[in-house]
Design a protein around this ligand. Structure first.
Ligand code: PLP
Length: 423
């Protein structure tokens, strides 16, 4: 048996109906934007392995930072102790995050970053004796798969089975062009009730919904409404963080900054699982008290793992190089040129570009479901042609590692052009 066959004996894959699942290639090596499977077949990783890997696979600079750390201090508990890399990383984050962010809370993945953000907002009001127990979120939002994050998520087939067990969350339409006034009106109405602790959103781009985009000006307005009504704003930058939108954070496009931010995915350049929730001084002060019960009783065993922190420091260093910034601009220019060409194609409904993110909607006959026939056809075509893309329904998006070459990106574009002809 080869690895792909042995895999099926014991491994339970994410978001996978094993009865109808397609073949899982076994990847044995990665370098920059390329991956190779056990048969030697080459793939272009055009989605940076679920958006985690901007600097390419097997990056030697991050690998060296991890090796140095593993042979100096691999881990120490963060309860009652600290270490150099957590101090350096928090200091570094203070340089690159919006200046209102002052406190850094470490965890392990995007979902836990969101849990910490939501618990932070809810307990802040609990500590003050105020009854603000509900959350506001966008329709079709994705914030992760743990219970708090699931509650905030609006993609219903992910959460349907758990509906009765979730935190109360009320939805606002995504303020895409034409829906801005409606979104504002609903938000204004909701905040008046005084029952909401926070509004959580994916700033400018809703990733899992299919790279749905909206304008910074409208998010600025929504944040202003929350600020005026004692509702915290939580920017879930798990997908958008670290350069994806063309700026370090999507919130860098805003005038009004969020109270709480969630980071993960590209934080360690796709190496060590790690996440961060950051807070303003105001939120932190809501927990700062002589009463021990007012503390944030949340923690994970691997909180602020030194190896993860070392990988994050190396990754941020890479992001800040002129080369990497030039790569981001280069990909954006190539996307814009491809957009000009493809948007007039008779099978293309709409296209959108922000930073290194490109998305295209294929015209369909009816509703195209998330894991529907068109999606499966497209996915299979891409894999057969050595391109890793995971369409969302009829939406094909690219979010490549920043180190992808022009030639590799050209192959991705050409394969997309061919793919939309066959569906
Ligand atoms: C992926 C994602 C999450 C969840 O992160 P995990 O590491 O998969 O738990 C949360 N929010 C957004 C915006 C994401 O894209």
């Amino acid at each position: 048996m080869n690895l792909s066959e042995r895999d099926l004996l014991h491994n339970w894959h994410p978001y996978t109906q094993h009865k109808t699942a397609q073949f899982h290639p076994a990847i044995v090596k990665g370098k920059d934007a390329l991956l190779w499977d056990e048969t030697g077949k080459e793939y272009i990783d055009a989605i940076a392995s679920w958006w985690v890997n901007p600097f390419g696979h097997s990056n030697p600079i991050i690998a060296d930072a991890i090796y140095q750390q593993l042979t100096t201090l691999e881990h120490v508990l963060f309860g009652g102790f600290t270490h150099d890399k957590a101090v350096y990383l928090s200091e570094k984050l203070m340089e690159i995050l919006p200046s209102n962010q002052k406190k850094v809370f470490y965890s392990d993945n995007g979902s836990t970053a969101v849990e910490v953000a939501i618990k932070g907002a809810l307990q802040y009001f609990y500590n003050k004796g105020k009854k603000k127990t509900k959350i506001i979120a966008f329709e079709d939002a994705f914030h992760g798969d743990t219970f708090g994050a699931m509650a905030a998520s609006g993609i219903t087939f992910y959460t349907e089975a758990f509906r009765g067990s979730l935190l109360e969350v009320v939805r606002v339409p995504i303020p895409t062009i034409g829906y801005e006034d409606k979104a504002i009106a609903i938000l204004e109405q909701l905040v008046l009730s005084g029952e909401y602790a926070a509004f959580i959103f994916e700033p400018l781009v809703l990733g899992a919904a299919g790279m749905i985009m909206y304008e910074p000006a409208i998010l600025d307005k929504m944040i202003a409404i929350c600020n005026a009504n004692d509702v915290f704003t939580i920017a879930d930058e798990v997908m958008t963080g670290f350069g994806k939108t063309g700026k370090t954070f999507a919130t860098d496009y805003l005038v009004n900054k969020p109270d709480i931010m969630c980071l993960s995915k590209a934080l360690t350049g796709g190496t060590i699982p790690m996440a961060i929730t950051t807070f303003t001084q105001e939120v932190f002060d809501g927990f700062y008290d002589d009463d021990v019960n007012k503390a944030l009783f949340h923690g994970h065993t691997f909180t602020a793992n030194p190896t993860g922190c070392a990988a994050a420091l190396a990754s941020i260093g890479l992001l800040q190089t002129n080369d990497m910034q030039a790569n981001i601009q280069r990909i954006n220019q190539l996307h814009l040129a491809f957009q000009l060409k493809i948007k007039v194609h008779p099978k293309v409904k709409t296209t959108r570009v922000l930073g290194v993110i490109f998305a295209l909607e294929v015209i369909t006959n009816g509703e195209e479901s998330y894991y529907g026939t068109m999606r499966n056809k497209l996915y299979t075509f891409f894999i057969e042609n050595g391109i890793i893309l995971r369409p969302v329904g009829n939406i094909v998006y690219i979010l490549p590692p920043y180190v992808i070459t022009a030639k590799q990106l050209e192959k991705v574009y050409q394969t997309i052009e061919k793919a939309i002809e066959i569906v």
